[in-house]
Design a protein around this ligand. Structure first.
Ligand SMILES: [Zn+2]
Length: 259
């Protein structure tokens, strides 16, 4: 790792020290369960990114969805830095969704609030390879990233890290400062297996600790899992709640079967 990258990462890595290691025992999970857990982590961090942007009124130059994605990817690299599968699984899910949409003849939504799934998936890989080319070398080969693209990804990743560092710095708690975790609610579900999986994974309680201990929130966002009638997740600025739908977890298990 270069000195410049070390310095750019210093602030983000300092956040990692505030956070307890994930209790989600992915070693004990099946491959499908680990794939789903990885995706839930990235999805929730994406929504936490929206909450950070909203609560701290951060400027967003470009698409907010891109910013939320880069926040999620960089935070995974910080908090779960020894688990490469989280980002690989998250990227793979987006590539599978792209393939399924293409196979089903779904028109590509070039005017959507998100970039295309294939772009989102490849950007996760780009940031990961840009920051840690050795650890993610298999992903670079898997996505057929050539050396020029890899060099460009290094620059993109550094820009993302430096930008987030500047924006987040005023809102970070001091290292070692304790704070209550974000409130977590796992509502009852018509998909009890999905609720049980989420509860057993410990993902929400882990991320609630991270949310509470990392940022100086004017109002800490709550983490909620609920039946929504759709496979989705969102941050609601009116209620300051992040909702993960059990239907989304169910869809991720269906995606896992497509691998
Ligand atoms: Zn979003």
């Amino acid at each position: 790792m270069t000195a410049a990258r070390n310095s750019a990462l210093a602030l983000l890595f300092s956040l990692a020290c505030l956070v307890a290691p994930p209790a989600a025992a992915q070693d004990e999970m099946s491959e499908a369960e680990a794939f789903v857990a990885s995706n839930i982590i990235h999805i929730l961090l994406h929504e936490i990114g929206h909450a950070v942007i909203d609560r701290f009124a951060l400027p967003v130059i470009g698409q907010e969805e891109d910013a939320a994605d880069s926040f999620a990817t960089l935070e995974v690299l910080t908090i779960y830095d020894d688990d490469v599968d989280i980002l690989l699984d998250s990227a793979e899910a987006m590539l599978i969704m792209h393939d399924l949409a293409e196979a089903g003849g779904t028109p590509l939504d070039y005017f959507g609030v998100h970039d295309l799934d294939i772009q989102r998936g490849l950007r996760i890989v780009c940031h990961a390879v840009g920051i840690d080319p050795d650890r993610y070398d298999e992903a670079a080969r898997w996505t057929e990233m050539d050396p020029d693209q890899q060099a460009a990804c290094e620059i993109k990743a550094e820009t993302a890290i430096e930008s987030w560092d500047v924006l987040l710095e005023p809102y970070l708690r001091e290292e070692g400062a304790s704070a209550p975790p974000a409130p977590v609610t796992l509502e009852d579900s018509a998909l009890p297996d999905m609720r049980a999986f989420l509860a057993d994974s410990g993902i929400m309680t882990d991320l609630a600790l991270y949310v509470g201990e990392t940022f100086r929130w004017p109002q800490v966002p709550a983490l909620v899992a609920a039946d929504c009638g759709e496979a989705n997740a969102w941050y609601d600025p009116d209620t300051v709640e992040i909702t993960l739908c059990y239907e989304f977890i169910d869809e991720l298990f269906a995606l896992a079967e497509q691998r």
